[in-house]
Design a protein. Structure first.
Length: 279
């Protein structure tokens, strides 16, 4: 598919604050690029992120999504000028603004293909939400994390469901209440990130995960993400049992399911794996 800029761009003058790209293998990359502001969020940044995610979710050639940042920091959280403007706004304006941030988290969490967060530096406040909404998170040893909202008289409300799902209730309660800084080592131990690497090894670690994902059926990964959400959100009852039984039956007779099984039996690569990926 020919790469082209999405047709409707929120605040076109700031489109370079959130960069995007899709390579020939279908690996999409979204890059936070407000380096002068430590990649802090404001209303425009949130709109741009939602816009990029919505657009890439519709592209059938996208196989996985990498979320990363330029500069020293992954993201310092909320932009100070934006926070000041919200403090001076009405409750209704704040509610609408919060709903947009919540929409960003939901949009990333429900992105149809696998998502990888690459954390090279500090990730504070809402940035932690983006990481916890990603399917896979890999961090540099020099990264650190903080739910610092309580220090400002606020709470991490819109990101809390995703943070608590990732960390578990016990650890989340401590760090939401204390606002303590979490080291990369502890972030791995708490489930915020899956791997911690030396800075010079971060790129190769991400490339390794991408190569693994590209060997998998795109359709199966989409279905697997939905399966994970369903199993997390619902009790093990007859409805869920019926859903899982129907899912495996449907995917076994799907084109990629048939091709994958035949490829395994015939000791060949399935159709979604290119010769270069099969090496």
């Amino acid at each position: 598919m020919q790469e082209m800029q999405p047709s409707i761009i929120p605040n076109a003058q700031r489109q370079d604050d959130v960069l995007w790209h899709v390579d020939d293998n279908g690996v999409a990359t979204i890059t936070l690029n407000r380096t002068a502001k430590h990649n802090a969020f404001d209303a425009c940044t949130i709109d741009l992120l939602i816009h990029r995610l919505d657009y890439l979710a519709l592209r059938t050639d996208v196989r996985c999504l990498v979320l990363k940042s330029n500069g020293k920091h992954f993201s310092s959280g909320a932009d100070l000028n934006w926070m000041q403007s919200m403090a001076d706004s009405t409750r209704q304006d704040n509610f609408v603004d919060a709903q947009n941030l919540a929409r960003l988290m939901e949009t990333l969490d429900s992105f149809p293909q696998p998502t990888i967060a690459v954390v090279q530096g500090s990730a504070y406040g809402g940035a932690l939400g983006l990481i916890c909404c990603s399917d896979i998170a890999i961090a540099s040893q020099c990264a650190n994390f903080c739910l610092s909202e309580v220090k400002l008289g606020l709470v991490p409300a819109t990101i809390a469901p995703y943070v608590m799902r990732a960390m578990g209730n016990r650890q989340a309660r401590r760090y939401i209440l204390s606002g303590e800084v979490i080291s990369a080592e502890n972030a791995e131990r708490f489930g915020i990130v899956h791997e911690v690497k030396e800075a010079k090894q971060l790129e190769s670690a991400v490339d390794s995960v991408i190569k693994t994902l590209l060997l998998n059926s795109p359709d199966a990964m989409r279905k697997a993400k939905t399966l994970c959400h369903q199993c997390h959100q619902n009790p093990i009852d007859q409805q869920l049992i019926h859903y899982t039984s129907k899912l495996i039956a449907d995917i076994r007779v799907s084109p990629q399911g048939q091709d994958g099984l035949q490829a395994f039996l015939e000791k060949r690569s399935p159709s979604w794996v290119t010769k270069s990926q099969d090496k």
